[in-house]
Design a protein around this ligand. Structure first.
Ligand code: NAD
Length: 335
C-alpha cells in the first residue's frame, strides 16, 4: 500500500514536493491545501490534486468556480503524513492540529529546529528521523552546505569551515521581496546558517556570514575549509564525484554563472527547470596543504525537494537504508 501524503501550503516548495511525491511508486498525494482560490489553486485541481481549504473559505472557492474536496481538517483523516510547506507564523497551530489528529508531519527550513527536535538531511542523518512523528527538512542553504561538507568531513575530518553566503533577494515568482538595486549584509553575526548546519552535524566547527543580492535564480556560497590532513584538489573532487546530489561543472565549458546553471536545467528538461543538485565549479576548487577553497551554487526552490521524499521514507519506515532511498528518489525524479 502506498503511503498517503498531504501537502499543507502549496507554494514554491509545496507544489514541487507534490510533483515529486507523484513520481514515486511507494507514496501518493491524497490532497493539497490552498487558502485562496488563486490561479495556482485552479491549476492544482487541473493537475488532479484534491484541494482542501480552510473551514470558513469553502464558499469563497465555490464562488470562484474552484472545486474543493473538503476542509483542511478533513484532509487530516485521509493522510499518513503531512508535508507542511506553509510560511512562518502558523507552525505551532498546525503542530497542535497534527498532534490531535495523530498524524506525522514534516516542516521546512523556515521553522526552527526546536519545533521538531529533529532536523533532516538524507546523506548525513537519514536514520535520526526513523519512525519519528515530526521532523524538519533543513533550509535550502543548509541543505547545500551539508551536501558538500558532510562527505568531506567523513573523508578528511573538517577542523573548521568558514562560509560566505551570497543569497538571492527573492524567488523568481515573487515581486514583493528585494533588494532590487543594493547589496545587503546580514549584520547579526555569525548568521543562523552555521547553527542550522549544526542541527544535523553538531560536532562541526562552522562560521557563516551572508549578503543578500539582487538576483532570483540561485544562491552562491564561497567556502574556506580547514581539513584534518593535507590532501589534493583531485582527491577532494573524487569525494564529491561519489556523493549523491552534487554536480560538478566547469567554468571553462561555459558554465560561468548561475545563469548558465539554470540554462543547463532547462536543457535537461527538468520539471520547472529545477536543479536539485548542489553545483560546484570544478575549476574553482583549490587545495593548498590542508586548506580547501571552493564555490557552490544552490537552487533554492528545489534542492530540498528530494530530501522531503527521503524524509517521508525514513519517518514512515519505508526503507531502512539511506543510500537506497536516495537512489530510488533520484531515479524517479530524473536526477
Ligand atoms: P510560499 O510563500 O511560496 O508558499 C507558502 C504557501 O502556504 C502558499 O501557497 C500560501 O498560500 C500557503 N499558506 C499561507 N498561509 C497558510 C495557512 N495558514 N495554512 C495553509 N497554507 C498557507 O513559501 P515557500 O517559499 O514555499 O516556503 C515554505 C517553507 O519552505 C518555509 O518554511 C520556507 O522557509 C521554506 N523554504 C523555502 C525555500 C525558498 O527558497 N522558497 C527554500 C527552502 C525552504
Amino acid at each position: 500500500m502506498k503511503v498517503r501524503v498531504g501537502i499543507n501550503g502549496y507554494g514554491t516548495i509545496g507544489k514541487r514536493v507534490a510533483t515529486a511525491v507523484s513520481r514515486q511508486d511507494d507514496m501518493e498525494i491524497v490532497g493539497i491545501t490552498k487558502t485562496k482560490p488563486s490561479y495556482e489553486a485552479a491549476l492544482a485541481v487541473e493537475f488532479g490534486f484534491p484541494l482542501y481549504v480552510p473551514e470558513g473559505s469553502v464558499q469563497l472557492f465555490k464562488d470562484a468556480g474552484v472545486k474543493t474536496a473538503g476542509t483542511i481538517q478533513d484532509l487530516y483523516k485521509k493522510v499518513d503524513i503531512m508535508v507542511d510547506c506553509t510560511p512562518g507564523g502558523v507552525s505551532e497551530r498546525y503542530k497542535a492540529e497534527y498532534t490531535a489528529a495523530g498524524i506525522k508531519a514534516i516542516w521546512q527550513g523556515g521553522e526552527d529546529h526546536s519545533l521538531t527536535g529533529i532536523s533532516f538531511n538524507a546523506s548525513a542523518n537519514y536514520r535520526e528521523s526513523w519512525g519519528a512523528q515530526f521532523s524538519r527538512v533543513v533550509s535550502c542553504n543548509t541543505t547545500g552546505l551539508l551536501r558538500t561538507l558532510y562527505p568531506l568531513d567523513k573523508e578528511f575530518k573538517i577542523r573548521h569551515a568558514f562560509v560566505t553566503l551570497v543569497r538571492r533577494g527573492a524567488d523568481p515568482g515573487d515581486s514583493k521581496a528585494g533588494p532590487i538595486n543594493a547589496i545587503e549584509p546580514s549584520v547579526k553575526l555569525p548568521t543562523h546558517h552555521g547553527p542550522d548546519v549544526q542541527s544535523v552535524m553538531p560536532w562541526l566547527d562552522i562560521q557563516t556570514m551572508a549578503v543578500k543580492v539582487p538576483t532570483t535564480l540561485m544562491h552562491v556560497h564561497t567556502l574556506t575549509v580547514e581539513l584534518g590532513s593535507d590532501t589534493t584538489t583531485e582527491d577532494v573532487l573524487d569525494v564529491w564525484r561519489k556523493s549523491p546530489r552534487v554536480r560538478l561543472v566547469k567554468s571553462s565549458d561555459g558554465v560561468k554563472s548561475t545563469a548558465q546553471i539554470m540554462e543547463l536545467s532547462r536543457e535537461l528538461g527538468r520539471s520547472r527547470n529545477d536543479m536539485y543538485e548542489i553545483v560546484i565549479w570544478e575549476d574553482g576548487v583549490k587545495v593548498i596543504g590542508n586548506m580547501l577553497y571552493y564555490y557552490q551554487a544552490v537552487h533554492q526552490e528545489s534542492d530540498v525537494i528530494p530530501e522531503n521524499i527521503d524524509c517521508i521514507r525514513s519517518m514512515c519506515k519505508m526503507e531502512e537504508d539511506a543510500a537506497r532511498s536516495i537512489a530510488k528518489t533520484d531515479r524517479a525524479m530524473g536526477i
